[in-house]
Design a protein around this ligand. Structure first.
Ligand SMILES: NC(=O)C1=CN([C@@H]2O[C@H](COP(=O)(O)OP(=O)(O)OC[C@H]3O[C@@H](n4cnc5c(N)ncnc54)[C@H](O)[C@@H]3O)[C@@H](O)[C@H]2O)C=CC1
Ligand SMILES: NCC(=O)COP(=O)(O)O
Length: 332
């Protein structure tokens, strides 16, 4: 691979232009400048007034222009964006920007994709978006790849990496959706992703129980006895370094995290509450299993503070840094 290809910029999709995405892209550029070339795809009219920016025609230009302003691949939106006021008219363009970013990284013109937050409901109501989030949409664009969502903080010690096996579904549906096949698939994809993108030879994975105290021998739930333990055991026999099921409430403190590299959780909040509590500012959302690297900040559109200047760029900066590191590692 040529040096110039390996050094392609990270692609940043604008996300919901009424959220904090545009202002955080500017703050990230102010913090990173030429040290981490990235290209923002979006409508220049949605950037804060006075933004120092360069419109470019091709991502490669960012490799020399990133020090001179936020590099922008312009994407025309039908409507203006007022901070904190979601606009259904812009929904389709938000989706199109994500697809454009994916096409660039699939062609190797971008090193990796970082996505700014979207509002799922706005995309559904405004454009009939049928996916629960980026994760499932990116898997679709990648031809139906089997993926998992992982949220990672490398800033806390030991690192905190969590994977919700089920994602955006109602809590009442979790016991049905969380199946032996899903657990097996989640462990395999996570193990391969941590090996490939995080340099861990045989990642140690800890599986959380579904019930309080991991069921406590059937006293408060039977899934652990009936199948979770057996799946963990069979994965161990296949060579995966997997343990569990562990009581979910005691597996996230530092001494417990030191015993594993990633936690496989049964549902969204079991995974996301610990990491957002430990490192809301620096957590990064990574999609494992895609043919390209995708990261994202761990927060949402934050309409309540959009346009006030209060939003912290820390999570987006961590996401861009992680994207660059993973992208360069994949290109060897
Ligand atoms: N990757 C993505 O596209 C994600 C999108 N979302 C979407 O975002 C929308 C809003 O979700 P919420 O649950 O309200 O979460 P949120 O993360 O947008 O906001 C939760 C709280 O954290 C604060 N906050 C968020 N980001 C911040 C930042 N960078 N600096 C300082 N404070 C910050 C907000 O002001 C708010 O008080 C929803 O539509 C949700 O689906 C949520 C998470 C990830
Ligand atoms: N709660 C995490 C989240 O909403 C991220 O979803 P995605 O858009 O990255 O799939």
């Amino acid at each position: 691979m040529s040096r110039s290809t390996a050094e392609a910029p990270v692609i940043l999709s604008c996300g919901d232009p009424a959220g904090v995405g545009p202002e955080l892209a500017v703050k990230a550029w102010e913090a990173l400048g030429a040290a981490l070339p990235f290209v923002w795809i979006g409508d220049p009219a949605h950037l804060p007034r006075g933004t120092k920016m360069r419109e470019i025609d091709h991502p490669a230009e960012a490799m020399t222009q990133a020090g001179n302003g936020l590099c922008v691949l312009p994407h025309a939106f039908p409507s203006a964006a007022l901070p904190g006021e979601p606009n259904l008219e812009n929904a389709q363009a938000v989706i199109d920007v994500i697809a454009r970013g994916v096409a660039l990284v699939m062609r190797g013109e971008g090193l990796a994709l970082t996505t700014a937050p979207i509002n799922k409901r706005v995309l559904k109501d405004g454009a009939g978006f049928s996916f629960p989030g980026h994760t499932e949409y990116l898997a679709h664009l990648a031809g139906g790849a089997k993926v998992v969502m992982m949220l990672a903080s490398e800033r806390v010690t030991p690192p905190c990496r969590v994977v919700p096996a089920t994602i955006h579904i109602a809590l009442r549906d979790v016991p049905t959706a969380f199946t032996p096949d899903l657990l097996r698939e989640t462990v395999r994809i996570t193990s391969e992703g941590l090996r490939r993108d995080f340099g861990l030879e045989n990642p140690r994975l800890a599986v959380a129980g579904l019930n309080p105290h991991a069921g406590e021998g059937g006293a408060m739930g039977r899934e652990e006895m009936e199948w979770i333990g057996a799946v963990v055991e069979s994965l161990r026999k296949e060579g995966y370094a997997v343990t569990g099921p562990l009581p979910p409430d005691t597996m996230f403190h530092p001494a417990a995290r030191a015993r594993y590299d990633g936690a496989i959780c049964a549902y969204h909040d079991q995974a996301l509450i610990p990491i957002k509590t430990l490192d809301f500012d620096g957590g990064v959302n990574v999609t494992l299993g895609l043919p390209f690297v995708r990261t994202s900040p761990d927060h949402g559109t934050a309409y309540d503070i959009a346009g006030t200047g209060k939003a912290s760029p820390a999570s987006l900066i961590s996401a861009l840094k992680m994207a660059q590191k993973m992208g360069l590692a994949r290109r060897g």
